[in-house]
Write a protein that binds this ligand. Structure first.
Ligand SMILES: Nc1ncnc2c1ncn2[C@@H]1O[C@H](COP(=O)(O)OP(=O)(O)OP(=O)(O)O)[C@@H](O)[C@H]1O
Length: 514
């Protein structure tokens, strides 16, 4: 390892108002290494990255250098970029209506020397050069909109490398692999290995400990805003080791539900649901039962969460609960809520939370609607509900009055979950509830799923996480290519993976019981 670090950050602290969220943190990334930055939700990862990229101003005393050259603080993005730092965000930041070449050019277009207009020929050449360097077989003039997840990720990486000379620079990946289907991950990992093989460095922020161990050379762990382990070599470490550093304790198992009692009756029944990729799905969720719904990513089952809760209209489908029957092809969210059906959607900010409001107000919103006019809802009830949710789900916050936008991403996910738990619906539909949450929060959320079911609520868990499904579901419905549902009962994640990918699941002509 070279003595001069690609990135060296020391004594980095950050205080918001009276709260210190980062305390004397440090980070060293060597040339040509993949370095992971991990930590619980709210541990300070994003804050540290935002200081490195100039979004946040650090408290006095910090130093940040790239290749031995100190950057002026606060960091100016242009100076960091000049030094070779680039970022790929979780959503990849691509504009669908523009071409590959235009997307690669954003933030650094080539201008014609005389006309001062964008020099498209030069622009395509720049795009072509960086795509070739990465062996990405995509036409620079192709529109980005129709590209699949893997190609999009490749274009985002190409943009990050656009201005870097081979062998130099640092690419920060902020949960950038989250949008990639599992079967594509290894190809993306190969691409990243190719990037670092030439000497460029990668700093990856990730919650996926398995991925961190597979990919990263070293890892820095943040806990409560301080470095719990700095630059640990990953070779020989296990996921448990990483989790222990993150939480300061070992992770407990989720534990199984007290058991759904067969014969307690259905909480909800869906009949003949038809939409793209779904050719007449019918299934039932019992009272107190946790049912998983999974399948090959992109096979259409993911839409079920929205289709049965009024978020999207199917071509056909009927929903039955104790409150009656509804034609899903004509229903909206309000109608489905009146049927006692609630959804915790996948994309928390856009679809589920009022980020300008406090934690307490967000948790109270659905109950306000249900119980009538806002002034009929006692403030005291809201406070108690919010405090109990904060305790139960381990939401890391100073108070229930903190605005949701000030919470870390994973803690926002927990607020969204708390909001719908407080309603006590007949059927609670959860779409990828543990996405972007840390290992401790995952256990908190899955335990709450079990507790909720224990109160008689039917839970439908729509997910591609085999471990989550195996850990909490009484039954798992696997959606095959033929559109049929195959039912399995297992506590082993490998069985779930096998069922998703096995030929029998793909060819299943009808419902099979194992
Ligand atoms: N603008 C802000 N005002 C007040 N507090 C903030 C602000 N931004 C972040 N925080 C607090 O800083 C702490 C660290 O947040 P940060 O987003 O860095 O965590 P994280 O490790 O990236 O979490 P996650 O994995 O959930 O994204 C959190 O407790 C958060 O509430």
């Amino acid at each position: 390892m070279s003595a001069t670090m690609r990135l060296e950050a020391r004594h980095v602290s950050k205080t918001f108002g009276s709260t210190t969220v980062l305390s004397d943190a440090f980070l060293e990334v060597a040339p040509g290494e993949i370095h992971a930055l991990i930590g619980q939700n709210g541990s300070g990862k994003s804050t540290l990255v935002k200081i490195l990229t100039g979004y946040h101003i650090p408290d006095a005393g910090a130093t940040i250098s790239v290749d031995g050259q100190d950057l002026d603080l606060p960091v100016r993005w242009s100076e960091a970029a000049e030094a070779g730092v680039s970022v790929v965000h979780q959503d990849l930041g691509l504009l669908d209506h523009l071409s590959v070449s235009e997307n690669i050019g954003i933030g650094g277009f080539e201008y014609h020397r005389v006309t001062r207009k964008i020099d498209w020929q030069a622009q395509h050449a720049v795009a072509r050069r960086v795509l070739d360097r990465l062996d990405v077989p995509v036409d620079p003039q192709a529109p980005v909109g129709p590209l699949n997840a893997m190609r999009r990720a490749e274009v985002a990486i190409a943009r990050a490398l656009r201005d870097q000379r081979p062998g130099e620079g640092l690419v920060i990946l902020d949960e950038a692999t989250r949008s990639l289907p599992r079967e594509e991950l290894h190809r993306f990992h190969e691409l990243l290995r190719k990037v670092v093989a030439g000497g460029t460095s990668i700093l990856m922020v990730s919650h996926n400990l398995q991925e961190v161990l597979q990919l990263a050379d070293r890892v820095t762990v943040l806990r409560d805003g301080a470095v719990a382990a700095g630059g640990l070599v990953t070779a020989g470490l296990t996921e448990h080791d990483l989790a222990r550093h993150m939480l300061g304790k070992t992770v407990e198992a989720v534990g199984r539900s007290a058991g759904w009692v067969p014969g307690s009756g259905p909480a909800a029944r869906v009949a003949d649901l038809r939409a793209d990729g779904l050719e007449g799905l019918s299934f039932e969720v019992g009272k107190g039962e946790v049912v998983g719904l999974t399948g090959l990513p992109g096979s259409g089952f993911e839409a079920v969460a929205q289709l049965i809760t009024g978020g999207r209209r199917p071509q056909a489908g009927r929903l039955f609960t104790a409150h009656g029957e509804v034609d899903l092809a004509k229903a909206d969210v309000a109608r489905c809520m009146a049927m006692g059906v609630a959804l915790v959607p996948e994309k928390r900010i856009l679809e589920g939370l009022a980020v300008e409001l406090s934690i307490r107000d967000n948790i109270a919103i659905p109950s306000i609607r249900r119980r009538g006019r806002p002034w009929h809802v006692a403030r005291r009830w809201q406070d108690e509900e919010a405090r109990s949710s904060i305790r139960r789900l381990g939401i890391r916050t100073r108070s229930p009055h903190m605005l949701v936008k000030e919470l870390s991403g994973g803690n926002q996910q927990k607020v969204l979950f708390a909001k719908w738990l407080s309603v006590q619906p007949d059927l609670l539909v959860l779409h990828e509830p543990t996405q972007a949450v840390d290992v401790g929060a995952r256990v908190d959320i899955l335990r709450s799923v079990i507790e909720t079911a224990g109160q008689g609520v039917g839970v439908l868990l729509v997910s591609i996480e085999p471990a989550d499904l195996a850990e909490v579901c009484d039954r798992i419905l696997v959606h095959g290519h033929g559109g049929a549902l195959r039912e399995i009962r297992t506590e082993d994640p490998d069985d779930v993976l096998h069922a998703i990918y096995s030929e029998s699941a793909l060819d299943a002509g009808g419902k099979t019981h194992e």
